[in-house]
Design a protein around this ligand. Structure first.
Ligand SMILES: Nc1nc2c(ncn2[C@@H]2O[C@H](COP(=O)(O)OP(=O)(O)O)[C@@H](O)[C@H]2O)c(=O)[nH]1
Ligand SMILES: [Mg+2]
Length: 334
């Protein structure tokens, strides 16, 4: 028997633990457009999960670390008194996002292999997402996918992204707690700085600490942090060796400490509000871009373009006409 395709029925089944239905819902989100919208309408009122993002250069050990964190997380939030309120971390989802490979390639296959420990565990759900079409689509699909995972009752999502550019950083920072993973060796912390990872890091992980150079990496990161603006949270630096699980419990304890800090300071709410604002702006931008694309096919556009080419209009006037604002000021960048 094939699974039902109606999103409401899929959501019911997925909430009851049916992973195939959950996978179908996420495919709808990935596809975007009206199917994604139908899912969005169903899930937005349900509580979102706690999200921990992991980002860093390819090969830094994010997938190996994620695999270890699943085990640590299953023990619940350490050192917090509100475990009863939040419920146990009885289920964990992993969302592995690779914005740099449009067609599901080796990286994601590698992730699967690295997470074998939990491949057959029914309380662990692992899903990879790659770019379908343009990158902007992914920045909208990821938060939606996270909401779907929360809506079916999964309390914790580990979001792994390959952090090499601005877009990847944006995806990674769609988490409540963002871990930036570096490895011993020159240049890594510099790279972290350049890619804007410093701003999004709630925690630094020096993974592969079994290799020489961890102390130097820590010193570099501390120097970078010293140069930054001092806030009420200085990102801690945790050394791990994901390959043998060393330091992972410490890392999980620091994640819990960061979460407790967010909850205690009210930043948990304000950060989520900021992320929703970003999301709303993206939806608006995507809508306007689509509107412009449609407008481009129209007669008005061709006419305005002709007038522009013939020197009868300047680009701002032409845009004003197309937007139906003949009297708009043109002194602001549009
Ligand atoms: N020596 C060492 N190797 C590691 C460690 N963590 C991961 N690796 C290895 O580094 C490679 C890349 O790991 P992976 O988790 O796929 O990195 P990702 O691309 O960041 O997801 C694999 O061969 C891992 O076995 C570690 O702590 N120490
Ligand atoms: Mg990986």
């Amino acid at each position: 028997m094939s699974a039902p395709r109606d999103p409401a029925a899929l959501l019911d089944a997925a909430t009851g633990g049916d992973r195939v239905s959950l996978a179908q819902l996420l495919s709808m989100v990935e596809r975007g457009g009206s199917s994604s919208r139908a899912v969005a309408q169903l899930v937005y009122r349900r509580p979102p999960p706690y999200t921990v993002g992991l980002t860093g250069a390819p090969g830094s050990g994010k997938s190996t670390l994620t695999d270890q964190l699943i085990t640590a997380a299953r023990g619940g939030w350490p050192g917090t008194s509100d475990d009863q309120v939040d419920g146990a971390l009885d289920q964990v989802a992993v969302l592995a996002v690779d914005p740099s490979s449009p067609f599901t390639g080796g990286a994601i296959l590698g992730d699967r292999v690295r997470m074998q420990q939990h491949a057959t565990d029914p309380s662990v759900f692992i899903r990879s997402m790659a770019t379908r079409g343009h990158l902007g689509g992914l920045t909208l699909a990821v938060p939606e996918a996270v909401r779907v995972l929360g809506a079916v009752g999964i309390p914790l999502v580990l979001l792994e992204t390959v952090g090499v550019g601005q877009m990847e950083v944006e995806v990674a920072s769609a988490a409540d707690t963002t871990l930036v993973v570096v490895t011993p060796g020159w240049g890594d912390s510099m790279q972290a700085n350049k890619a804007g990872l410093l701003e999004v890091a709630d925690l630094f992980v020096i993974n592969k600490a079994d290799r020489p150079g961890a102390a130097e990496a820590r010193r570099d990161l501390n120097q970078m942090l010293d140069l930054g603006v001092a806030g009420d949270w200085r990102p801690p630096i945790v050394e791990t060796s994901a390959i043998d699980g060393v330091g992972v419990d410490d890392l999980w304890a620091e994640v819990a400490r960061h979460r407790a800090h967010l909850l205690a300071t009210g930043k948990f709410e304000t950060r989520r509000a900021t992320r929703l604002e970003t999301e709303l702006r993206r939806v608006l931008a995507a809508r306007l871009a689509a509107q412009i694309d449609r407008g481009q096919a129209g007669e008005g556009f061709a006419e305005a373009l002709r007038a522009l080419c013939e020197g009868r209009l300047d680009p701002y006037e032409a845009a004003d006409r197309l937007l139906g604002r003949a009297d708009s000021p043109t002194d602001s960048p549009e």
